[in-house]
Design a protein around this ligand. Structure first.
Ligand SMILES: O=C(O)c1ccccc1N[C@@H]1O[C@H](COP(=O)(O)O)[C@@H](O)[C@H]1O
Length: 211
């Protein structure tokens, strides 16, 4: 029997929605610390949610082009299992953080075309996982936009990876069949309004993904 994919529910802001993700079998949750996002949580709230999540689910802290100071403060306060870099962070910066922080390093990459798959090789050996997302628009992510899944069809992955961008309870099965992704990440597809998570949609997404 095929193993179910890893599933990350991102952009959680409340204990109730965190509990729904855990109850439904999510393997990862994400906390967004990026002020322009409707899912932004301050570091105190992120630290409280991180504690509530407990040891059995992996917690990712999402940062976008954060300064050295903010990155250090955020890691010190929240102590995430994973740092998800979702901006234009360089491999050199990720390597510095990797040396200093006891956390996995994930790098989101906006998958525009086949050339992107070549360019992202610069993160090989540095990022612990690549997260393919739609190319950045007004916001660098969390916009509910899909990328062309067929770009990954015959790609030979040299790093651990996953997909994000416009996933919903309705299309996650198709996305998994098209890409064979070992991990799916959703944010706006399980919301009733921007930044407002819906516990029923969280449950439906986890079920549709096979959790
Ligand atoms: O969630 C956000 O607001 C966000 C802001 C800035 C960068 C990334 C963000 N979210 C991540 O984007 C992808 C796709 O999200 P969606 O499902 O299309 O809404 C996902 O990894 C989110 O964690």
């Amino acid at each position: 029997m095929n193993m179910p994919p890893l599933v990350k529910i991102c952009g959680l802001k409340t204990p109730e929605t965190l509990d729904a993700a855990i109850r439904g079998g999510a393997t990862h949750i994400g906390l967004v610390h990026y002020e322009p996002s409707p899912r932004h949580v301050d570091l105190k709230t992120a630290a409280e949610l991180r504690k509530r999540a407990g040891p059995h689910i992996k917690v990712a802290l999402l940062l976008v082009n954060a300064s050295q100071q903010l990155t250090g403060d955020a890691l010190g306060m929240v102590r995430p299992d994973i740092i998800q870099f979702h901006g234009s962070e360089t491999p050199e910066w990720l390597a510095v953080v990797k040396r200093l922080a006891p956390a996995e390093i994930w790098k989101a990459v906006g998958l525009k075309d086949a050339e992107t798959l070549v360019r992202m090789q610069k993160y090989n050996g540095i990022a612990d996982r690549i997260l393919f997302d739609a190319p950045a628009a007004a916001l660098p992510g969390g916009t509910g936009t899909r990328f062309d899944w067929s770009l990954l069809k015959n790609h030979r992955h040299s790093m651990d990876w996953g997909i994000a961008g416009g996933l919903t309870p309705e299309n996650v099965g198709e996305a998994l069949a098209a890409t064979g992704a070992p991990l799916v990440d959703v944010s706006s597809g399980v919301e009733s309004a921007p930044g407002v998570k819906d516990v029923d949609k969280i449950a439906a997404f986890l079920k549709a993904a096979g959790r």
